[in-house]
Design a protein around this ligand. Structure first.
Ligand code: ATP
Ligand code: LTN
Length: 337
C-alpha cells in the first residue's frame, strides 16, 4: 500500500456542514448554526453544501426543488456566509457525492442504518419510506469524507450520523487502505438552542408547523414584533433565567442575549416585568435580522449572480471531491477507464 500517496491533512482545519433546502431558515437555524458558520469561515477552510439530494429522500413537488435550493443558497449568503471566503455549493452539482455514496452504502451495514434515530423518526412520519431515506447517512458520509473534513459543526441530533461517518471511514480504511479522514462532530453549547415561542419546551423547527412560534429570517418586522409579544411565558412576573421553571422567559432571555452578544443571565439584568423584556427582545431581533433581510433582497433580485457564485463554489468543491473519489476508486481496485 502506497501510504505516501495519500494526503489526509489540509494545512488549516477544514470544516463542512450541509443544510437541506427544505423551507426557509428560522431564528434558531441562524443563532444556532449559520451565525456560527459565518464566524468559522474566517479561521477555517469552510465548505457548505445545500444538500438538495438529501431533500429528495421524501417526495418533492415537481419543479420546486431548484427554486428552494437557490433560495436557501441566498439565505446562507445573506446570513453571512461569504462565497469569496468559504465554499458554498449545491450538492447535486458535484456528482462525485452520489458515486461516493454508493461506495459507502456498500461499507455500512443494514443494522447500522437501522439504528439511526433520524431514520426512525422520519420514517414514522412518512407513508412512503424510500430506500434513499434509509441510506441517507451514507450520502451524508460522502458529503463529509469527500472533503477530508476535520470538523462538522452540527446540532446534537446529527451526532449519531457523524459517529457513523467515522465508523464508515474506519471500516473503508481497514478494508482498502488509508483513504478517508474520520471527522469530528462539533456541537455548540446547549445555550445555542432557540425554542418555539408558543411551545418553549420544543426547539424552534421548520417541521413543527408552529407559524406563530417560529420567527423566520425573512419575517417582516411587524410580524416579528407580534410573534415575540405573543410568546408564551408563565403566570409569575419575575424575569430570571431558569430553563426548567421558566422555559418561555428563559427562551426570550437566550434570544435577547444571543442577539446582543450577552449571556441570558446578563440580558436579564434590569428587567422586572415581561412587557419591556418582550419589547426589547423584539427590537433586538428586528435589528439583528434587518441587514440579513436587506442583503437577501439584493441577492433575490439577481438570481443569475447567485448561480454564478454557486458555479464557482461547485468548481472548487469538485476539484477536491474528484481527487478523494479517485483515491477511493483506486484503493478499492476499480478498473481505471
Ligand atoms: P427540521 O425541523 O426539518 O429538522 P430544523 O429547523 O430542525 O429542520 P435543520 O435543517 O435540521 O433545522 O438544521 C439546520 C441547522 O440549524 C443545524 O445545524 C441545527 O442544529 C440548527 N438548528 C435547528 N433548529 C435549531 C434551534 N431551534 N436552535 C438552534 N439551532 C438550531
Ligand atoms: N443530515 C443533516 C444535513 C446534512 C449534513 C451533511 C450536515 C447533510 N449532509 C453533511 C453536516 C454535514 C441534517 O439533517 N441537518
Amino acid at each position: 500500500m502506497e501510504i505516501s500517496a495519500v494526503r489526509w491533512r489540509p494545512m488549516t482545519t477544514r470544516v463542512l456542514s450541509g443544510i437541506q433546502p427544505s423551507g426557509d431558515l428560522h431564528l434558531g437555524n441562524y443563532l444556532g448554526a449559520i451565525r456560527n458558520w459565518a464566524r468559522i469561515q474566517h479561521t477555517a477552510d469552510a465548505f457548505h453544501p445545500v444538500v438538495d439530494l438529501h431533500a429528495v429522500t421524501v417526495p418533492q413537488a415537481p419543479g420546486e426543488l431548484g427554486k428552494a435550493t437557490l433560495r436557501m443558497s441566498q439565505m446562507l449568503m445573506a446570513g453571512g456566509l461569504d462565497p469569496e471566503v468559504c465554499t458554498i455549493f449545491v450538492q447535486s452539482h458535484v456528482r462525485e457525492h452520489t458515486e461516493c455514496a454508493w461506495l459507502l452504502e456498500c461499507t455500512v451495514s443494514f443494522g447500522e442504518l437501522s439504528r439511526m434515530t433520524q431514520f426512525k423518526d422520519k420514517s414514522n412520519q412518512q407513508e412512503f419510506i424510500s430506500a434513499g431515506l434509509f441510506t441517507y447517512p451514507a450520502l451524508q458520509a460522502a458529503d463529509i469524507l469527500l472533503y477530508d473534513a476535520d470538523e462538522v459543526p452540527v446540532g446534537d441530533d446529527q451526532r449519531q450520523h457523524i459517529e457513523l461517518t467515522r465508523d464508515i471511514a474506519d471500516r473503508f480504511n481497514s478494508r482498502y487502505g488509508p483513504t478517508f479522514k474520520p471527522p469530528e462532530a462539533v456541537v455548540p453549547a446547549a445555550g445555542a438552542r432557540v425554542m418555539d415561542l408558543q411551545h418553549p419546551t420544543h426547539k424552534m423547527s421548520k417541521s413543527l408547523d408552529s407559524p406563530r412560534g417560529t420567527v423566520d429570517l425573512l419575517d417582516d418586522p411587524a410580524d416579528i414584533v407580534r410573534k415575540i409579544k405573543a410568546a408564551v411565558t408563565d403566570s409569575e412576573s419575575e424575569v430570571r433565567y431558569d430553563i426548567k421553571a421558566k422555559p418561555g422567559v428563559s427562551n426570550l432571555l437566550s434570544i435577547l442575549g444571543a442577539a446582543t452578544g450577552r449571556t441570558p443571565e446578563e440580558a436579564a439584568e434590569g428587567y422586572s416585568m415581561y412587557g419591556p423584556l418582550k419589547a426589547d427582545t423584539a427590537d433586538a431581533v428586528v435589528e439583528l435580522l434587518r441587514p440579513i433581510q436587506a442583503r437577501f433582497a439584493e441577492l433575490e433580485a439577481d438570481p443569475a449572480e447567485t448561480s454564478r457564485l454557486l458555479k464557482i463554489g461547485a468548481d472548487k468543491a469538485r476539484a477536491i471531491a474528484a481527487v478523494t473519489l479517485e483515491r477511493a476508486r483506486t484503493n478499492i481496485g476499480l478498473l481505471t477507464p
